[in-house]
Ligand binder design. Structure first.
Ligand SMILES: Nc1ncnc2c1ncn2[C@@H]1O[C@H](COP(=O)(O)OP(=O)(O)O)[C@@H](O)[C@H]1O
Ligand SMILES: [Mg+2]
Length: 269
């Protein structure tokens, strides 16, 4: 069998604060296969976001991280051990191999620049495109995330889009570098229910088409059901359950998972 794309072993994250040490993540082990969709589920504060931020070197300065996270090499490139990689290497990984989208797209978009400027910059830096080619590729990406009149709207500033449209722009930007891994941290939590479903479908469709692996973080097991084949369930920094999604729904092992299942909002009728 080939090696997984990402292999995380014994991942621990602590934060030193002025009066205590917060153990945010305890000895986490998991793998991610190429093209796979993996869910990370748990209540707020369970360590989901810090886990993925730790992998890509974006933890707060008071964090201490240990363990290993190996990103398997591709082409001529060898393996990269992310937790001990130099900042220069991590910056490259973040642009080219692992992309992340957040709950609030405004944290990642520059409010003062047109979408075209931001997308062209990414494409030129990471895919070495010329200006004209990058502009066309950016418009194509906006069309792929179903932004109507993409050629005109690409000249908009972020605030000119609705929340759902901004999240589509974020997805387009994240996927424009053709990453091997897309991390989506509660990507639809801020959106209303119908827009949520559209965005999740869109991520699913693009992932299948591009063979990008997905790590989808949510507090809602219902969100993961439709999108992921496997999930990790986290509670206060511990991995309490880990397995195929059908197994988690059919025969959850942990009481905590049963509680999360009971909390899935159900549609009436
Ligand atoms: N810079 C920090 N200093 C101290 N504690 C932190 C810091 N960042 C996150 N934490 C704590 O780490 C824990 C896990 O947080 P997080 O991974 O963001 O949770 P979630 O599962 O909601 O994404 C929480 O208890 C949070 O308060
Ligand atoms: Mg979070």
């Amino acid at each position: 069998m080939s090696r997984p794309l990402l292999e995380v072993r014994n991942l621990k994250i602590d934060f030193e604060t002025h009066d205590a040490v917060v153990d945010a993540v305890h000895a986490l082990d998991f793998t991610l296969e190429r093209g796979e969709a993996l869910g990370i589920v748990g209540e707020s504060g369970s360590g989901k976001s810090q886990t993925v931020l730790g992998l890509i070197g974006l933890l707060a300065p008071n964090a201490k991280i240990s363990g290993t996270a190996t990103l398997t090499g591709s082409g001529k490139q060898g393996d990269i051990e992310l937790l001990s990689a130099k900042p220069r290497i991590l910056r490259k990984v973040r642009g080219a191999r692992i992309a992340m989208i957040f709950q609030d797209p405004m944290t990642a978009l520059n409010p003062h620049l047109k979408i075209s400027t931001q997308m062209i910059e990414v494409l030129r830096a990471h895919r070495g495109m010329g200006r004209r080619e990058a502009m066309q590729a950016a418009i194509d990406m906006l069309e792929a995330v179903r932004i109507p009149e993409a050629a005109r709207r690409i000249k908009y500033y972020p605030h000119q889009f609705s929340g759902g449209m901004r999240q589509r722009v974020m997805i387009a930007m994240a996927l424009s570098c053709e990453p091997e891994i897309l991390i989506a941290d509660e990507p639809t939590t801020a959106l209303d229910v119908t827009v949520q479903a559209e965005i999740l479908d869109l991520i699913d469709e693009l992932r299948a088409r591009t063979h990008t692996a997905l790590i989808l973080i949510t507090h809602d097991l219902g969100v993961i059901a439709g999108q992921c084949s496997r999930a990790l369930v986290m509670r206060r920094g511990d991995l309490v359950e880990h397995g195929p999604i059908e197994q988690i729904f059919r025969a959850p092992e942990a009481q905590y998972t049963r509680d999360l299942l009971a909390a899935i909002p159900r549609l009436e009728g």
